[in-house]
Ligand binder design. Structure first.
Ligand SMILES: [Zn+2]
Length: 92
C-alpha cells in the first residue's frame, strides 16, 4: 500500500485521507478512497479544476477507475497507473 505522491500543496489532503483510513481501518480500497477524497477536495475547492491534467490533452482531468489506472475519458484510454501520477505532474 502506498500513498500516491502528491505535491506539497496537496499534503494536507493526503494527511486527511490518512486519518480517514485510521478511523475506518479498512485497508481494502484504501488507495481508491484516498484518490477519490483527494480528487474531490481538489475539484471542490477549486485548487485546480483540471487535476490531474490529462497529458494527452491538458484541458481536462484524468478520471481514476477502480482498475488502478487514471483514464482519459475523451480517448477512453488508460493513461497512467496509480502511483505514477507524480511522474506526469512535476510542478514544484
Ligand atoms: Zn485526454
Amino acid at each position: 500500500m502506498s500513498l500516491p505522491r502528491f505535491g506539497e500543496q496537496y499534503r494536507h489532503v493526503a494527511h486527511a485521507a490518512n486519518n480517514y483510513f485510521e478511523y475506518y481501518g479498512d485497508p481494502a480500497g484504501y488507495d481508491e478512497k484516498v484518490v477519490e477524497n483527494v480528487q474531490e477536495e481538489i475539484l471542490e475547492t477549486w485548487i485546480d479544476t483540471t487535476w490531474p491534467a490529462c497529458p494527452r490533452h491538458g484541458r481536462h482531468p484524468l478520471l481514476y477507475h477502480d482498475d488502478g489506472w487514471w483514464w482519459c475519458e475523451q480517448d477512453r484510454v488508460a493513461v497512467c497507473k496509480l502511483g505514477d501520477l507524480a511522474t506526469l505532474n512535476r510542478r514544484n
